[in-house]
Design a protein around this ligand. Structure first.
Ligand code: TF8
Length: 335
């Protein structure tokens, strides 16, 4: 009798401390791939996520954060997740458009006017709805991370007006919104995976590219690009995804650990990215990049050309998604 009571007490104590949950965790290795270098906002947040998961599972679940596109480009990793050969990744939503056409809505030029709006819309109901569409394609979307507002760099000349783009071979992400956007601006747009970008810039196979300041710093694009034009033409998110094949075999406790850690990593990543971005322009100037802002008139000309692609985006994501996202942005803007 006394032993029974003592045992019951022990179990209660274990439940209270959460230690009893240990049995819900199997020893697992999670390969979490990403495309940027280890010393990048992507890398720092992936390692933070890994630590959170290890801590929450008492070391049972080990997350290997593997950067530099060593596991493949964004699209290659997506295929590995779908097939169950890799457990997790983080990459651009822009590279998912071939699988989930609605993802293209996040590539709409000037959709968000600040990061706060992006957070509210991406983390809100419409962001969730689009993320949930991944499941039918073999992936589970956990959270959106910030990639950030994108800016233009090139090795030919300062871009001060629209016409300066005319003969510039510009690498874009691999989807039609980016292709159409930069064609509309008059550039010679060339789609390429990010993993091939540095070499393409170095060998001058392409003249320019566009990415947030953070990536221009972490990927050392300043070594091969002289000119930076502040355009902030689109806010582009990253998304953390899991192989659905693998996910379906996890216990409820394991799924919860991953979800909770993903939310913590999202909050960490956005803060880290914003802090880094705030210092990055000065860093890039220090590295010798020549930076120019656009005059208000030229910024408007570019903006007008860019919004000309909106009708095409609405068509490919569906009018309903287009309307829902734009309504959510308006609501966030007026809040
Ligand atoms: C790009 C994106 C990259 C992502 C990353 C490798 O230009 O901005 O940040 O694809 O996941 O391709």
């Amino acid at each position: 009798m006394r032993i029974r009571f003592a045992l019951a007490g022990l179990v209660a104590a274990l439940v209270a401390t959460g230690a009893v949950q240990a049995q819900d965790f199997k020893p697992r290795i999670v390969r979490f791939g990403y495309g940027l270098v280890d010393n990048s906002n992507q890398g720092r947040a992936a390692r933070m996520f890994a630590q959170e998961v290890e801590k929450a599972t008492g070391g049972k679940m080990k997350v290997r954060a593997i950067g530099n596109a060593s596991l493949g480009s964004d699209t290659q990793m997506q295929q590995a997740l779908i097939g169950g050969a890799q457990e997790m990744m983080v990459g651009s939503t822009a590279t998912l458009v071939g699988l989930v056409p609605e993802m293209a809505v996040w590539d709409t030029p000037f959709l968000f006017s600040n990061a706060k709006e992006a957070d509210v819309v991406l983390d809100g109901p419409v962001g969730d709805k689009i993320k949930a569409k991944l499941e039918a394609k073999g992936m589970v979307g956990l959270v959106y991370w910030e990639n950030g507002f994108r800016n233009l760099t090139n090795s030919k000349r300062p871009v001060a007006k629209l016409e300066d783009l005319n003969d510039i071979k510009l690498r874009v992400m691999q989807n039609n919104v980016f292709l159409d956007s930069f064609k509309a601006l008059g550039a010679n747009a060339v789609p390429l995976p990010f993993s091939e970008l540095f070499t393409a810039l170095e060998t001058r196979a392409v003249d320019g590219q566009e990415n947030p300041y953070n990536t221009i710093v972490s990927s050392k694009f300043y070594e091969v690009q002289k000119y930076l034009t502040v355009t902030n033409h689109v806010y582009s998110p990253w998304i953390v995804t899991v192989s659905k094949k693998w996910w379906d075999g996890l216990s409820a406790a394991e799924k919860k650990v991953l979800q909770d850690a993903a939310i913590k990593s999202r909050d960490f990543e956005r803060k880290d990215t914003r802090e880094e971005a705030a210092k990055a322009l000065a860093d890039l100037k220090g590295k010798g990049m020549q930076v120019n802002e656009l005059s208000a008139a030229e910024a408007n000309r570019m903006r007008e050309k860019l919004v000309s692609v909106n009708a095409g985006i609405a068509k490919s994501v569906g009018q309903q998604t287009w309307d829902e996202v734009n309504a959510a942005v308006q609501q966030a803007r007026n809040a």
